[in-house]
Design a protein around this ligand. Structure first.
Ligand code: PRT
Ligand code: ZN
Length: 301
């Protein structure tokens, strides 16, 4: 395997962390097969000219922006922080957001001691706020016209108030248990985040662009089938309109005649939303019988 072959498409993914398994699964469910290098930092695409570079998540927007990689996956928190730091240096970040991926959900929030009640952004004026996200916090403060001191912390932000380094913190929250363990309350969320796919704005090569389009179709298919179900049922011909209304998130269903039953039809539909027992009961109430709900394995729009 040659890591320097020209014209191979390069994807930057997190090496080891919360996004790693989801990101790698997405590519393997899209049908890509890889061989991992001895140092575990490089995955060579066996069945498509697509390789993966495994790096720290903070480096991903930069690698994609510089064109070292064509595509990457990072949290919106990291992407937006990078974009803002580029903006303040007068650089334009040459990467574009392509697709939200529905994993890595969290929020960037301002939090502080539980015994202090927070009434609004004005309460932050003149205070010290510890964070690893100075760009996003700075933007929030500016847009609310608040003057506060940003204390740069690179990790374990939640202990800053106890150390006397800051009054409040601004950090990522998902379940809230880290805040609770540190006797902190969440005051206000300043960004809702999830993992996003980003592409390099420097991507010009037509073959690579065609490959990206092919890859994205597959990945969109993988994301869609997560929730999708295939429904098959029998129904009275004159109840088709009502049945159609009851099928959650489905496009035009297929309606087929039923041999020997001129007044009944078979209806097949892909539903892009979860199908609950209540839906099945409603379908039955509308005259449906033999209702089958099947998982969808692959889908190409
Ligand atoms: O080594 P590398 O730099 O690649 O990894 P990292 O340690 O910077 O990142 P990692 O793996 O912790 O997170 C990667 C991405 O996952 C983040 O950039 C977010 O987009 C997303 N994510 C989702 C989270 C969380 N949830 C999360 N809860 N990232 C961090 N946390 C931390 C948070 O900082 C806090 O310390 O978890 C703690 C809070 O969690 P709760 O559940 O107690 O609220
Ligand atoms: Zn990181």
């Amino acid at each position: 395997m040659n890591q320097n072959e020209p014209n191979r498409f390069r994807v930057a993914l997190q090496k080891s962390g919360r996004l790693t398994q989801y990101s790698l699964d997405l590519f393997s469910r899209a049908g890509l097969k890889f061989t991992q290098s001895k140092d575990q930092l490089f995955c060579y695409g066996q069945n498509m000219p697509i390789d993966i570079l495994l790096v720290r998540d903070d480096d991903i927007p930069g690698l994609v922006g510089d064109g070292v990689c064509d595509l990457g996956i990072a949290g919106l928190n990291v992407i937006e922080e990078k974009r803002l730091s580029g903006d303040s240096n007068g650089e334009i970040q040459p990467f574009e957001r392509v697709l939200p991926l529905d994993f890595g959900h969290c929020r960037l929030s301002i939090a502080g001691p539980q015994e202090i009640s927070y009434a609004g952004p004005d309460d932050l004026a003149g205070r010290r706020i510890a964070t690893s996200y100075p760009g996003l916090l700075g933007e929030f403060l500016r847009s609310n016209g608040i003057n506060a001191e940003i204390v740069h912390f690179s990790g374990a932000v939640e202990i800053a108030p106890r150390l006397g380094c800051a009054d409040y913190i601004c950090d990522l929250v998902s379940t809230g248990s880290t805040l609770a363990a540190n006797h902190l309350s969440e005051y206000v969320s300043i960004l809702t985040s999830q993992a996003w796919m980003i592409r390099s704005a420097k991507l010009q090569d037509q073959d690579k662009i065609a490959l990206l389009e092919r890859l994205l179709l597959r990945i969109e298919g993988v994301l869609q089938v997560r929730e999708s179900k295939y429904i098959m049922l029998h129904a009275p011909r004159d109840a088709i309109a009502e049945i159609r209304e009851l099928l959650p998130g489905s496009e035009a269903p297929t309606v087929l005649p039923l041999e020997g039953h001129p007044d009944r039809v078979a209806v097949h539909a892909v539903c892009h939303e979860n199908v609950f027992w209540e839906t099945l009961e409603d379908l039955k109430g509308a005259g449906a019988s033999s209702v089958l709900v099947l998982p969808v394995e692959k889908m190409l729009a």
